[in-house]
Design a protein around this ligand. Structure first.
Ligand code: FAD
Length: 291
């Protein structure tokens, strides 16, 4: 029977990470609750039926955003709106602020969190694509202690991550964008939800007019964000030009062999969008890098 009410669950509100992890480990079928913007809709249609919710909202300090050496530490409970508005993020990693500002609508941005988005690993979500392109490190705490997981190893499948049972994302460390490096995130969004039908995050470094490093990651098209390695490699070591960018963008499709289609957008259409967005994102990224 179709219902819009969640199944019964118990509600727990720990005040520190250790208590939250202990509750998640001890309670049967317990799930962490952050902004609730993905979990609660899934519970209402009984797609997800946890027996216990462990609300992270009272854990002090999990929403902190601060500069830490050559990185920025962003607490897991930081909302998309706070990431988009953070002066530290805007100054030191503008592409991340640009991406956060494109998530959903104001209600979603004011409730949804970076930790929840990464843990949820929706193929149409914005952060997974961006954190992979930026080389972010995810910090977790679980029953066996703390781990640092590279974004490259974090997303393992559709709605699936490297998180172990009862393990929480506590923060992410984002490298500061150095001089001579630029990034851009562009997406073609679904008109109803804002989720990516296709998206591209491009990060490039330039040295004397030559591309010294490039990373191009495609979101929304495959189950996990796809790195277009051949496209990036074709740019590295070559002078920056419109022709080189066009040639690299044409190679993006090669990284999308397992593209997903649905009634809204076929796999072919998503792949085409990714190629177009790659060209635009690379052009913007090179401009920002000073090329
Ligand atoms: P929750 O819903 O609370 O949790 C999601 C999942 O992560 C659950 O399984 C939960 O147990 C787990 N979890 C939460 N926090 C942690 C943690 N710290 N450690 C471990 N596990 C955790 N997203 C986009 O990227 N782009 C969009 O355009 C977009 N549009 C949206 C439009 C609508 C109408 C809605 C409702 C959502 C949209 N979203 C979009 C999703 C939104 O960004 C969510 O906020 C996000 O996916 C989940 O974050 P949350 O904090 O709400 O997590």
């Amino acid at each position: 029977m179709y219902t819009t009410r969640p199944a019964e669950f118990t509600y727990h509100r720990p005040t520190n990470v250790e208590e939250a992890v202990a509750l998640l480990a001890d309670l049967d079928e317990a799930r962490p609750l952050a902004g609730g913007h993905s979990l609660l809709p899934a519970m209402k249609i009984r797609f997800s039926t946890p027996l216990a919710l462990v609300d992270l909202g009272s854990i002090h300090g999990l929403d902190r955003i601060e500069r830490d050496g050559d990185g920025i530490q962003i607490g897991a409970l930081s909302t998309h709106a706070s990431v988009a508005a953070s002066q530290v993020v805007r100054d030191d990693c503008p592409m991340l602020a640009e991406a956060a500002d494109q998530i959903g609508d104001p209600q979603v941005r004011n409730r949804g969190t970076i930790g929840g988005s990464l843990a949820h690993a929706d193929p149409g979500a914005d952060y997974p694509t961006v954190v992979k392109a930026l080389g972010v490190t995810v910090t977790t705490v679980g029953p066996d202690g703390s781990r640092q997981i590279a974004a490259d190893d974090f997303f393992t499948g559709i709605f699936t991550t490297a998180l172990e049972p009862a393990e929480l994302v506590t923060s992410v460390r984002v490298p500061v964008t150095q001089s001579g490096t630029g990034g851009a995130y562009l997406k073609h969004k679904h008109p109803a939800s804002g989720y990516a039908v296709a998206a591209v995050a491009a990060v490039v470094s330039v040295d004397g007019g030559t591309c010294s490093r490039a990373r191009v990651v495609i979101g929304g098209v495959t189950g996990v964000p796809a790195e277009a390695r051949e496209a990036a490699a074709s740019l590295e070591g070559s002078p920056v030009s419109d022709e080189a960018i066009a040639a690299a963008s044409a190679q993006v499709a090669g990284a999308l062999g397992d593209a997903i289609g649905d009634p809204y957008a076929s796999a072919e259409y998503r792949t085409h969008l990714a190629t177009v967005l790659a060209r635009r994102a690379l052009t913007a990224a090179f401009e920002r890098a000073g090329a």
